[in-house]
Write a protein that binds this ligand. Structure first.
Ligand code: AMP
Length: 214
């Protein structure tokens, strides 16, 4: 794997469990990581120039412009030998940029039904400080309701999770723009490992595959 840039891509609709699976991969494999959605939220929170440009897209559940996201992601991916990437690529242009940059992709497709994705979005909470994810139900509850176990901060709901119309819009963007990325990778003989995100052993399945690859 020396002198190459390899990246593990987690691709799936919102709520499929990419964030949770990603955090466990980082815990067990000690890799650098790139989470484009988190970068976007931080830029918007800080009201930076990039944040101001992408905020209207995020508010509607649409993808931020490739002209901003793609160079940012590709630079990061090219800076290390192996990286975990959640939330990129999200369309054919971004996937093609990965191939053009010579980055070797390890691709996991995390699947979930739209109904379950809607349910999960309405239940999801996160700590705005450490970004740990919780749920309001008993899937990933915090010890004290509404408070982060790690740093005692108040848990929040993402704005784009709070509105079912925005959640639906993001699922629609996934089906129309992101899902075709999997076919592009397959066309380039890149194996896509499909994992059922509603399976309680989803992470164990990912680990079993990764252990053979990295
Ligand atoms: P996520 O946390 O992955 O659900 O991303 C939240 C929002 O950030 C998305 O709805 C988009 O507006 C934006 N975003 C995240 N990743 C990308 C990407 N690869 N390309 C364009 N926009 C993105």
């Amino acid at each position: 794997m020396k002198n190459t840039n390899t990246a593990i891509f987690l691709i799936g609709p919102n709520g499929a469990g990419k964030g949770t699976i990603g955090k466990k991969i980082l815990r067990d494999f000690e890799l650098p990581s790139l989470e484009i959605g988190a970068i976007c939220r931080k830029e918007v929170q800080e009201n930076s120039k990039i944040g101001q440009e992408i905020a209207p897209y995020m508010a509607k559940g649409q993808l931020a412009p490739d002209s901003i996201i793609t160079p940012l992601a590709i630079n990061e991916l090219k800076s290390v030998e192996l990286m975990l990437c959640d939330g990129f690529p999200r369309n054919l242009e971004q996937a093609q940029a990965i191939l053009d940059a010579g980055i070797i992709p390890i691709v996991f497709e995390i699947t979930i039904s739209n109904e379950e994705a809607m349910r999960r979005a309405s239940n999801r909470l996160y700590c705005s400080k450490c970004k740990r994810i919780y749920t309001k139900n008993n899937f990933l509850p915090s010890k004290i309701p509404g408070i982060c176990d790690d740093d005692g901060c108040v848990l929040e709901q993402r704005k784009d999770d709070a509105n079912p119309e925005i959640v639906k819009a993001r699922l629609d963007v996934y089906a129309k723009k992101t899902y075709p990325v999997l076919d592009l990778f397959k066309k380039h003989n890149i194996k896509v490992y499909t994992i059922d995100g509603s399976n309680a052993n989803a992470y164990e399945q990912v680990v079993a595959i990764l252990k053979n690859l990295i």
